[in-house]
Design a protein around this ligand. Structure first.
Ligand SMILES: *Cc1c(COP(=O)(O)O)cnc(C)c1O
Length: 405
């Protein structure tokens, strides 16, 4: 940015402080922020405005599976930007045709609706399910997170997100995750859809059991409901498969993906399964959805995932990382769990001060709920970096930090 445009202040302050002041005075206020200004990335590393380097286990909140500043994706974006950026779905487009075919083949599902974010991918699945079943109820899971627009928010469980906005869309209910008996009671002839994550992300890195997920699918088939699988966070290699549903052999009616789909550019997709009937024109749409720029980025990103073997890498490094984390000696750790490079360390106390301590030592980590540390590193991360992360985690968790929060 143009530094000259920053407000002139009496006493000299650092660029970092200036930038923080500018954002703080103009931000909506809906985010809590950490006190660093991230200005550059490369692979699994980030740098702040003071030149300090970090190992990135936030991974753009799951959007950076292929790593930061990948040159192939940067080139594809630049090339496409010089050819055509805007092309709504009222026209056909070369890049979009290519991506649709590639996504559908990868997921083993015949059709796809393209949008711009995770919550939109979910929103489309809710609308399509209601439309095609003529029913209005949706059963989701406790601790589930599906987004923040009003439909997706209705499926999201945490009161913190929901309460200020009630009444939400009617007809949504929540059963305990991995409790098939509870799901059997909740799914009725009024149920339009069952919506589930394969590994709960925001809810604490909780992998689904095969019994529960396959049981949910069976129940949907028996009772005429749609199965919506939310892989917004687990998709594109995160769990050691291209899609986490492959671990279980799930075949959902709608598969919602976003986050890492387009190398970090905003994109969502709702894949549509064989059992789903025809969707009539005009029932849904998106102006930006499937624009050639993001389609080109998504194609290049899929190339990178394939060429660099990132899915296999996620499986192998993830298993190793979990094993290393389980050897951390600490009175604070309740459990280490994960699938691929989607890893959670549950503490016996609030995680916030430990995340701060990790950041001070050059490791950026996400929370998942109040007590879980969540690691979503770019899948290109090196074993050496992960070893360093483990060492820093060991250091930080050796003794309790007096609870400021
Ligand atoms: C992040 C996330 C969403 C919402 O995606 P946005 O792009 O932020 O709207 C939905 N579901 C899951 C599982 C997510 O992790």
């Amino acid at each position: 940015m143009d530094r000259g445009s920053l407000s002139v202040l009496d006493k000299p302050i650092s660029l970092t402080e200036q930038l923080q002041q500018v954002e703080t005075s103009h931000t909506s206020g809906v985010y809590t922020k950490r006190a660093i200004v991230v200005v550059r990335g490369q692979g699994a590393h980030l740098w702040d405005a003071d030149g300090k380097e970090y190992i990135d286990c936030v991974g753009g909140h799951g959007t950076a599976n292929i790593g930061h500043a990948n040159p192939q994706v940067a080139q594809a974006i630049a090339d496409q930007a010089g050819v055509l950026i805007s092309c709504p779905e009222m026209f056909y487009n070369d890049r979009r045709a290519e991506l649709m075919e590639r996504l559908c083949r990868a997921a083993g599902m015949p059709r796809v609706f393209l949008s711009n974010s995770g919550t939109e991918a979910i929103e489309a699945a809710i609308k399509f399910s209601r439309l095609l079943t003529g029913r209005t109820e949706v059963v989701a899971a406790m601790r589930g997170f599906h987004g923040r627009t009003l439909g997706a928010l209705s499926a999201t469980w945490d009161k913190k997100y929901r309460s200020p906005f009630e009444p939400l869309v009617p007809g949504f209910s929540h059963v305990p995750y991995n409790d098939l008996a509870a799901l059997e009671k909740a799914v009725t002839e009024k149920t339009a859809a069952v919506m589930l994550e394969v590994v709960q992300g925001e809810g604490g890195v909780n992998p689904g059991t095969p019994e529960f997920l396959l049981g949910a699918q069976e129940l949907c088939h028996q009772r005429g409901a749609m199965l919506i699988v939310d892989e917004v966070q687990t998709g594109f290699g995160r769990t050691g498969r291209l899609f986490a549903m492959e671990h279980y052999g799930l075949q959902p009616d709608f598969l919602c993906v976003a986050k890492s789909i387009a190398g970090g550019l905003p994109m969502g997709a709702t894949l549509i399964g064989d059992r789903v009937g025809t969707l009539p024109p005009h029932v849904h749409g998106s102006t930006f959805g499937g624009n050639p720029l993001v389609c080109a980025a998504a194609l290049a990103s899929l190339d990178v995932i394939e060429e660099q073997g990132l899915v296999q890498r996620s499986a192998e490094l993830g298993a190793w990382f979990v094993e290393q984390l389980r050897q951390v000696r600490s009175p604070l750790v309740r459990e280490v769990r994960g699938l691929g490079l989607m890893v959670g360390v549950e503490l016996k106390q609030k995680v916030a001060p430990y995340l701060q301590a990790l950041m001070a030592r050059g490791v950026l980590v996400l929370p998942a709920g109040l007590t879980v540390m969540r690691f979503l590193p770019p899948l290109v991360i090196s074993r050496e970096d992960l070893a360093q992360v483990v060492a820093v985690v060991q250091d930080v968790l050796s003794a309790p930090i007096a609870a400021a929060e």
